[in-house]
Design a protein around this ligand. Structure first.
Ligand SMILES: Cc1cc2nc3c(=O)[nH]c(=O)nc-3n(C[C@H](O)[C@H](O)[C@H](O)COP(=O)(O)OP(=O)(O)OC[C@H]3O[C@@H](n4cnc5c(N)ncnc54)[C@H](O)[C@@H]3O)c2cc1C
Ligand code: SF4
Length: 480
């Protein structure tokens, strides 16, 4: 019976859920993809070839049991599919929405290699867990037998929340500290609603709160307490603070009014989505409405900025990137979405100066070309003798990526070991930092990465922290 439903990839074409029309979707911040109807999800899951070595799972950072939950979905056993999908991930419906599947699971699907188009794994994953929420199959977080030990987690992004969930389920008292007023990290304040609607994040956080995890919002470690103070409060600490130091654009006029940082811009937009008062948005500084916008950068943050500016009603939106389309770091899927929504890409171009009296009114743009490959093997951009041109812009958004903050100084912890890029160093086996009982996970260890890797790190570090906490408890029992 099962096999009748599988291996349908030759007869049945790949079909992603439909997208709302570009004109409609650029008018609001709702997600752009429709949802599968039950029969479509089952049909698409039935295209899986159930290969012996599932490369999709191998290339999923969580090693999700993809072929198994696809088979259960194809058989209409949605609740079991959800339970299996949930067994390896704390946020399957979020990964289903925002993982770059073309580089991970779907990009390594065997039927993609055979020319039939990958199984639409991410969309099925999203469908399964959204259905589970609606049907009431998502179980509450039940704390394990109390261990009498507590853990402090610094940072309520996907890495911190994942570790918090597993540790609470194992019976630890868990306190999460975050300098923002809402949990979720970049899921809440970085990634725009058209990729990830906020109630999807909020229901996850509410479940953690109901499970007894204590959240300390508006608590900035380094200002409200040093690391030592938190170490004295808890048996173990997890640093999961992400990376927030925006890379600078080193050209004249970079500090002019109207030249803003990507995250300031995106946080303001997300806050407006929550209905918050945001003075810098309300006075127009961080609002693209009616303006000619230029976004500098070619990564996913830049794509989120251009598409946000469109939704805010910008008069024009251009994206400047110094390499060409084939060599950009951002997802091709997001570029295509942005183009559909009316964003213009100016490939092979870099800012030479931000010009204007008092506030930016134009960008001098240097034309670039691709030279010889650099140490990374990518062809390095270099100025093109063709020269410069000037583009009008009264809002410029800098989206060149993020580095780690100086945590040893910020946390008053000079002995915290960091790399030359400022990322926190951990032991590869224990995931512990140079400080006893202080662990780290997510972007603050990897550098700017992906949500699915933050979840994986949170899962791994929860396991090593538990092992360490058990040894600590045993040591203390012997000493008593
Ligand atoms: C605009 C944007 C779009 C992105 N889009 C995608 C995408 O589509 N798909 C994808 O997979 N990834 C995407 N990413 C990357 C992804 O969001 C990150 O890799 C992921 O969120 C990292 O998780 P984290 O838990 O390590 O850190 P974060 O999510 O950054 O969370 C860290 C938390 O720590 C808190 N914090 C920091 N310092 C302190 C302190 N001193 N005291 C207290 N709290 C502190 C912060 O307030 C924050 O809440 C995007 C990133 C950005 C910036
Ligand atoms: S978590 Fe990401 S990579 Fe893994 S199966 Fe889901 S969408 Fe694919």
């Amino acid at each position: 019976m099962a096999n009748d439903r599988m291996l349908q990839f030759v007869e049945r074409e790949q079909a992603y859920p439909g997208k709302r029309a570009a004109g409609d979707r650029a008018a609001d911040f709702r997600e752009i993809a429709d949802r599968y109807a039950v029969p479509s999800a089952e049909d698409q899951a039935g295209r899986c070839s159930q290969c012996g070595v599932p490369y999709c799972s191998v290339h999923c950072p969580l090693h999700n049991h993809i072929p198994d939950w696809l088979r259960l979905t194809a058989e209409g056993r949605l609740r079991e599919a959800y339970e299996l999908s949930n067994a390896t991930s704390t946020m399957p419906e979020i990964c289903g929405r925002i993982c770059p599947q073309d580089r991970l699971c779907e990009g390594n699907c065997v039927i993609e290699f055979s020319g039939h188009g990958a199984v639409t794994i991410g969309s099925v994953e999203k469908f399964i867990t959204d259905t589970a929420w609606e049907e009431g199959w998502v179980e509450p977080l039940v704390p394990g037998r109390p261990r009498g030990q507590s853990v402090g987690v610094i940072g309520a992004g996907p890495a911190g929340l994942t570790a918090a969930e597993y540790l609470r389920a194992a019976g630890y008292d868990v306190h999460v500290y975050d300098r923002y007023d809402r949990a979720g990290g970049l899921l809440t304040y970085g990634i725009p609603g058209f990729k990830l609607e906020k109630p999807v994040v909020t229901r996850r956080i509410d479940r953690l709160k109901a499970g007894g995890i204590v959240f300390h919002h508006g608590f900035a470690v380094g200002e409200d307490a040093g690391l030592d103070e938190l170490r004295a409060r808890h048996d173990a600490i997890l640093i999961a603070t992400g990376v927030y130091r925006a890379r600078a654009v080193d050209v004249s006029g970079a500090d002019s009014a109207g030249v803003v940082a990507a995250l300031d811009y995106l946080v303001a937009s997300n806050r407006k989505g929550f209905g918050d008062a945001v003075p810098a948005f309300d006075d127009g500084s961080l609002d693209a409405y009616g303006r000619d916008v230029i976004v500098i950068g070619g990564g996913d943050t830049a794509m989120d900025c251009v598409r946000t500016a469109k939704r805010q009603g910008a008069r024009s939106v251009k994206c400047l990137y110094r390499r060409d389309r084939a060599n950009m770091p951002g997802s091709q899927r997001e570029v295509a979405n942005a183009e559909d929504e009316g964003v213009e890409f100016v490939w092979l171009s870099a800012p030479a100066a931000f010009e204007g009296e008092g506030a930016v009114s134009s960008v001098r743009v240097r034309r670039m070309r691709l030279g010889a490959p650099d140490a990374s093997g990518r062809r390095a951009p270099e100025p093109d003798p063709a020269g410069d041109e000037t583009l009008h812009a009264d809002l410029v958004i800098k989206a060149l990526g993020f580095d780690a903050e100086d945590l040893p100084t910020l946390f008053g912890a000079p002995d915290l070991g960091v790399s030359r890029w400022g990322t926190v160093l951990v032991d590869g086996r224990t995931l512990m930092t140079s400080l006893d009982g202080v662990f780290a996970a997510g972007d603050i260890v990897r550098g700017a990465s992906l949500v699915v890797w933050a979840i994986r790190d949170g899962r791994d570090v929860a396991a090593t922290m538990q092992a360490w906490l058990k040894t600590k408890a045993a040591r203390e029992r012997v000493a008593a």
